[in-house]
Design a protein around this ligand. Sequence first.
Ligand code: FNR
Length: 191
Amino acid sequence: MQHYQIAVVVGSLRKDSLNHQLAQAIIRLAPSNFSFKLLQIGDLPLYNQDDDAHQAESVIRLKQDIAASQGLLFVTPEYNRSIPGVLKNAIDHASRPYGHNAWAGKPTGVLGVSVGAIGTALAQQHLRNILAYLDAPTMDQPEAFIQAKPGLLDAHGNIGADSLEFLQGWMDHFVAWVQKQSSTITTMASR
Ligand code: FNR
């Protein structure tokens, strides 16, 4: 059975981040031929185009981790109706230098949880715009706009009973979609 490595990008650096907890919980719903690597973005310098010719070690590591993956999973909070600056900083770093965009062609899932009622909908929409420009195809449906409520996660950090069917369905779609996209990319590459 083919193995897929998914790079996970969490848009919050907070120790008790709900998005980090959601990311940890949802990846447990994937089949055994999928593995997930959480990308480190908290130690990246602020993006400065002057550094494109000599990227920092942390940036090179980020780009290598993306290159080694067959898909991406973004799990992000919404900050002021958009994505957090730390996430945009990471996206900008890995998109450069010009012509060496690490995100291109990676099948991508977008998720997020917030305390607000719209459950990161605007952040996700902004993120989808950015990813479209970067040529990373995003799974359109199902969308998952998750509001943090008691019971979202159980005492063991697993998805709680009320959300399990929906989020298992989300993961099943994501797995099928990554596999389909990967076979399309492989077919095109072999032509
Ligand atoms: C927020 N929060 C927030 N929530 C939301 O639904 N829409 C928003 O626009 C914002 N804006 C915002 C800005 C800033 C600077 C902060 C710190 C917070 C609240 C946010 O949903 C909440 O803090 C989440 O818990 C953040 O996610 P993590 O860190 O728990 O993953």
